[in-house]
Design a protein around this ligand. Structure first.
Ligand code: ATP
Ligand code: LTN
Length: 333
């Protein structure tokens, strides 16, 4: 029998999950779980590259686990786990740091953005964040990594690091491919459609739609979303507000952008926004319902975390041991 391919992805508990996280990444995870062996992580080691409140971080970590379950990710079929529970992540990250050039890290746009945003805490972890991420992916010998467009550069550096390591020591790591959706890969802010919607940016609440938000709040936010001059609904670079809403609509309904534009021809912005809001609310409603059920069952979430950590550690250790042997760490019989 042919072995199933491996999917890996992760999400940081760095804030409350947004519609951008759902459409760019999470939705594809559920779609892919039947066809692949999937490993999904809560990337809490990545989250501490920015200062976090400990209580909040611990709570959000469990909340993301509950979200994974609410999305329909099955912990029997997949591995869902918390990154810091698997020691191999920290170990491989150090090793891979020694196979990564500063010149490569200097080019990372996320590092540039985040160091501007957190200018009082430009720490080394923020700088080597892509190396930790490469380790996540490579430990599980992943074939495919479903992420939003903002992570493309991190996937490229991961492939480069893996290729460099393999070039020296032979085929140790599988070289992963990114899986970036055609629509929904970059959802922009509702108030500032020039910048991506981001869960760690909470200054302007009207800019962001959260996955767990009440329907009437979602409707109001979409109603207030900035639009562009003119009154026609069509997709264009000089209409970032309307184009973003079209992207959201197309992504949640599965209709193409062309179909959506046709559907709203001759319709005003107001009516268009109502339709977008309805589509978003309908998509999120079942997830919200299931989230309520899972998040109140703390014991079950903890059980999934513990079992997930064990299963993940088993696979991760296998790759790590191979790596240690190759680079010349001691071998004990
Ligand atoms: P932070 O704001 O803390 O950097 P984030 O909201 O960007 O976090 P992550 O947890 O780092 O989210 O990413 C989870 C997944 O969601 C990634 O695959 C990322 O590419 C995707 N994603 C994040 N924001 C968007 C967006 N606006 N549009 C599409 N995909 C997104
Ligand atoms: N950095 C990622 C989250 C993440 C990730 C990963 C995604 C951590 N490790 C491994 C894919 C594969 C982000 O989306 N910001």
């Amino acid at each position: 029998m042919e072995k199933k391919k491996v999917i890996y992805s992760a999400m940081q508990p760095s804030g409350v999950p947004t519609l951008g996280n759902y459409l760019g990444a999470l939705r594809n995870w559920t779609n892919l779980q039947e066809e692949y062996n999937c490993v999904f992580g809560v990337a809490n080691m990545h989250a501490i590259t920015v200062r976090q409140d400990p209580q909040d971080l611990r709570k959000r970590t469990k909340d993301i686990m509950a979200l994974f379950l609410a999305l329909g990710l099955d912990p029997e079929k997949n591995i869902i786990y918390v990154q810091s529970d698997v020691k191999a992540h920290a170990e491989i990250a150090w090793i891979l740091n020694c196979f990564t050039y500063m010149g490569e890290l200097n080019r990372m746009t996320q590092f540039k953005d985040k160091s501007q945003k957190h200018s009082d805490n430009i720490n080394a972890g923020l700088y080597t964040y892509p190396v930790l991420m490469a380790g996540d992916i490579l430990l599980y010998q992943s074939d495919l990594v479903p992420v939003g467009a903002d992570q493309k550069q991190h996937l490229e550096i991961c492939r480069d690091i893996a290729g460099r390591f393999n070039g020296v020591y032979g085929d140790v790591f599988k070289i992963p491919e990114p899986y970036i959706p055609k629509v929904g890969a970059r959802i922009m802010g509702l108030q500032n459609p020039e910048k991506k919607m981001s869960k760690s940016e909470s200054e302007n609440q009207n800019n962001i739609i959260y996955i767990f938000e009440e329907p009437n709040v979602i409707r109001n936010k979409i109603k207030r979303a900035v639009t562009d001059s003119g009154s026609e609904v069509y997709y264009s670079e000089d209409k970032p507000g309307i184009s973003n809403l079209l992207n959201i609509y197309s992504s949640v309904t599965g209709k193409s952008i062309e179909e959506a534009v046709k559907e709203f021809s001759g319709v005003g912005y107001g009516e268009f926004k109502l339709a977008v809001a309805d589509a978003v609310v309908d998509t999120l409603a079942p997830i919200q319902q299931r989230y309520k059920e899972y998040s109140s069952d703390k014991a079950y979430i903890e059980k999934v975390m513990k079992e997930g950590a064990e299963k993940a550690s088993y696979i991760a250790e296998k790759t790590l041991n191979k790596v240690k042997k190759k680079i010349g760490y001691p071998i004990y019989k």
